[in-house]
Design a protein around this ligand. Structure first.
Ligand code: CA
Ligand code: CA
Ligand code: CA
Length: 843
């Protein structure tokens, strides 16, 4: 009896210890601090994005499955914006012994280095900042340690600063002051994010609270974090004062004149005992054809025990649900952080309304019916694309999406100009226009690039080609949109007797042909000249004042005749000549000339003329350039261009050149090249198709390998921009391959793309196409209405973004990460092709 009591006491004691240990953060093999429910990442992701601060780097917290904090670093402002300076991180050392990660943070502009050391300590981590030299004078009062918290996960929750109770605001309403611009630290490359309206002053947010200890979200254990600072005040800021994509920032200033350990924080994220993430049951929100294969992929926490069975319930007309199928769960295996199992319910093939039940988890309902895919492209073609028509007024019922933008036209960009959207003007203008002179006539046609409002010429060329392809392969006669180029007016849901796709081709061509005729060659881009109107959110017509810039007027002055202004808001044309781009434009013009004949004969004739001229000039220019300097992108563009030229001209030289480039490219990378080869089939002879056969066999091997690579069987990208685009192309390729080689490529593989887009993917199971997927499309996207936490119907999100070393993510309450949520005109018109090809295949 006594013995037993001692034993049970021992067991109790042992499990108590165990319990204590399980709460402690461990430094794991993937080099981050971990306990069940808490991951603290220390510079697993660096500030290396193409667009400076992408809010995906620094010290990060993944709290019960959600990345709720990031940006942990020495920063130079209290609420860093996208274009504020970010530190380089030249060294990062992981010390298993002392359970610590140390990194050097460097600001080259100020020759300022600091060391950040993060050490596991009990239930949290200690973050210590070391300076080997005192803070540079100019950074005193500016350099501090920041950690940023995701507003959408914290707003409306409570916080305590030194015991004082408060609530995180749903919308930013805070106090600010202004300071002279001379005190503002340099932003990225010297750009300025704000328009000071001539005041010479910048805005500085004041802290919401200050103290030594903050508890965030005591009302929500999943989000509860305690931060204690030992030497300096903690300040809480709301970054949304300066930028809608700002986060809540906890910050301490670094002291002036000190070296050694200058700041210490203890950060303790609460871990819920034995927390296990809910299963993510991935399925097609759009639904299924009765005849198709139906396999749900269930993403499970590694601490979760897979169940043996799942079932399907059918919802009757009386509202009652009945189990109609129960099937076994099959293991797929581990993929990064989670464990994956599959549930095959293909045998359920009666049309109806269903849901999946896995243990206690029920999904939302979905349809099985022959018509489920009929409308998958309508939102994109009827809503998203027309809303992105530039230089037009776009109306929908009672709502105006935007007025007519850029009425003042475009100015010639001055030479040697670097640009924040990854463009530039070379050493000369390459045109007859003087720097800052208006280039008349460019403000016509064209499509906004994405969530921003520039015309990317290369992308617009691709977009027009996508429309031409859609028209020539699928002939969609759909007419739901009124487009009047004379009125510069678009009205959604108002048929006007002309297929919309022809009007899209015409609209894209109008801008591109204007570039060719007026500039003489293609511009790189028509884009914003100042950063403070590049990040514009809202009506595109209000980006500029509609009046041409007049250097004789003072800043913000309007001429007495009301015809010009002194506001430097005009867009610029970046006009450095690129022969490769001209060649691409020449092929696109040849194609549009073909399509527009009989619809707009004048435009058809103009495009043909520009096609011939640019082809001749670009060929001559390219002949002067060294060929071996061409990268694979250029070779691939060149291959497509020669094919398009052959289709348009039927000249043997282009066919030869196309094949000369094609076969080695196929040898090198079959999955990347084969779609172009498949598209060529109708225009080539039988021998071409035969020669392609072994490559299609190789492509089939690639498809099979993907089944082993990940549980979804699609090409998942791990870069800084998620890869729905690649998965869309993968689906299009399968549709084309199945059309020409049905004995090798089975049509069923195309459903992997539709499944992924419509909900069968990691992180959550929402459709990545806005408003498509009747039951549960994503709620927020990165479009020009992102500040409203909304979406533009038909947008395709890049989707599931990989964060190193093992986390997939797609926020559905925070639209502002472009790598997850921004649709582009290029990507969305590619989706139009996939959707059209897929609907054909389904038929
Ligand atoms: Ca852009
Ligand atoms: Ca129409
Ligand atoms: Ca203007």
């Amino acid at each position: 009896m006594k013995k037993a009591t001692v034993l049970s006491l021992l067991v109790l004691l042992f499990s108590a210890c165990n319990y204590g240990f399980s709460q402690e953060l461990k430094l794991n093999d993937l080099e981050y601090f971990e306990t069940q429910g808490v991951n603290v990442l220390v510079y697993s992701n660096l500030f290396t994005g193409g667009f400076n601060d992408e809010k995906t780097a620094g010290i990060e917290l993944i709290h019960h499955g959600v990345r709720t904090a990031q940006g942990g670093a020495v920063r130079l402002s209290s609420t860093p914006e996208q274009w504020d300076l970010v530190p380089e991180i030249p060294t990062r050392k992981v010390d298993k012994e002392s359970k610590s990660i140390e990194a050097t943070l460097r600001y080259g502009d100020y020759d300022f280095d600091s060391r950040v050391v993060v050490t596991a300590k009990g239930k949290g981590v200690e973050i210590a900042i070391f300076l080997d030299k005192p803070l540079p004078k100019e950074l005193e009062g500016s350099a501090g340690f920041n950690l940023e918290f995701l507003p959408s996960q914290y707003w409306a929750k409570t916080y305590l600063m030194d015991g004082r109770i408060n609530r995180f605001p749903r919308y930013v309403v805070g106090n600010t002051i202004t300071r002279p611009n001379s005190e503002k630290l340099k932003q990225f490359k010297g750009y300025v994010t704000y328009d000071d309206r001539g005041t010479g002053r910048f805005i500085e947010p004041l802290p919401l609270e200050t103290g030594r200890s903050i508890i965030l979200a005591p009302d929500k254990p999943e989000r509860l974090v305690k931060i204690t600072s030992h030497e300096a005040d903690l300040m809480l800021f709301d970054g949304r004062v300066l930028a809608q994509n700002g986060w809540f920032v906890v910050r301490s200033l670094l002291p002036a004149g000190k070296t050694g350990k200058v700041l210490t924080w203890t950060v303790e994220p609460n871990a819920i005992n034995d927390w296990v993430r809910d299963p993510n049951i991935g399925f097609s929100q759009v639904g299924y054809l009765p005849s198709q294969q139906k396999v749900a992929v269930i993403e499970l926490d590694k601490h979760d025990k897979p169940l043996e069975k799942a079932s399907i319930y059918k919802i009757g007309n009386d509202g009652k649900a009945t189990e109609v199928f129960s099937g076994n769960i099959a293991t797929w295996g581990d993929y990064y952080k989670y464990h994956y199992v599959k549930f095959d319910f293909s045998s359920v093939n009666t049309p109806g309304i269903y849901y999946i039940k896995y243990g206690n988890f029920k999904t939302n309902n979905f349809l099985i019916e022959n018509n489920v895919y009929d409308n998958i492209t309508d939102a994109t073609s009827d809503i998203w694309i027309p809303i992105h028509m530039n230089h037009m007024f776009v109306n929908e019922a009672y709502r105006v999406w935007h007025g007519e933008p850029f009425k003042e036209g475009y100015l010639q960009a001055p030479p040697n100009t670097d640009h924040f959207d990854l463009h530039g003007q070379g050493p000369t203008t390459d045109t007859k226009y003087k720097p800052m002179e208006t280039i008349p006539g460019l403000n016509v046609g064209g499509f906004f690039d994405a969530g921003d409002f520039d015309i990317e010429t290369g992308s617009n060329i691709g977009v027009v080609q996508n429309f031409v392809k859609t028209w020539e392969y699928f002939k969609p006669l759909r007419d739901q949109t009124f487009v009047d180029e004379k009125q510069r007016y678009v009205d959604l849901h108002r048929p006007d007797g002309t297929p919309d796709i022809l009007q899209f081709i015409e609209h894209g061509t109008l801008n591109l042909v204007a570039q060719a005729e007026i500039i003489g060659h293609m511009a790189q881009t028509l884009s914003n000249s100042v950063l403070d109107n590049y990040h514009h959110l809202g009506d595109a017509a209000s980006i500029t004042d509609g009046l041409p810039y007049n250097p004789n007027l003072g800043p913000y002055e309007v001429a007495p005749d009301g015809q010009s202004s002194g506001v430097k808001d005009d867009m610029w044309a970046f006009t450095s000549r690129n022969a490769g781009l001209d060649l691409r434009a020449a092929t696109m013009f040849a194609a549009t000339s073909r399509v527009l004949k009989g619809y707009n004969d004048d435009l058809s004739a103009r495009t043909l003329q520009q096609s011939k001229r640019l082809l001749k000039e670009a060929t001559e220019l390219l002949a002067e350039q060294p060929q071996d300097s061409l990268g694979w992108r250029a070779i691939s563009a060149n291959m497509t261009t020669n094919l398009q030229l052959y289709i348009s001209t039927k000249e043997q030289q282009y066919k030869d050149k196309f094949q000369e480039l094609l076969w080695p490219a196929l040898d090198k990378n079959v999955s990347f090249t084969i779609l172009t080869a498949l598209e060529a089939i109708p225009h080539m002879d039988i021998a071409f198709k035969e020669k392609l056969h072994p490559y299609v066999v190789k492509y089939k091997e690639y498809i099979d390998e993907l089944e082993n690579d990940n549980p979804y069987g699609v090409p998942i990208g791990l870069g800084n921009w998620a890869r729905s685009g690649t998965i869309v192309s993968f689906g299009t390729t399968i549709c084309f391959a199945n059309k020409y080689f049905p004995d090798i490529i089975d049509a069923s593989h195309a459903f992997k793309t539709s499944n992924w887009l419509f909900g069968r993917h990691p992180y959550h199971n929402y459709s990545l196409v806005a408003a498509v997927g009747a039951a549960r499309p994503k709620k927020v996207f990165y479009g020009n209405n992102r500040a409203d936490f909304s979406f533009i119907p038909g947008n395709v999100a890049p989707g599931i973004l990989f964060r190193k070393p093992d986390h997939f993510e797609n926020y559905d309450d925070w639209p502002f990460l472009w790598g997850q949520n921004e649709g582009t005109i290029g990507g969305n018109t590619n989706y139009l092709i996939f959707g059209s090809a897929f609907k054909n295949l389904v038929k």
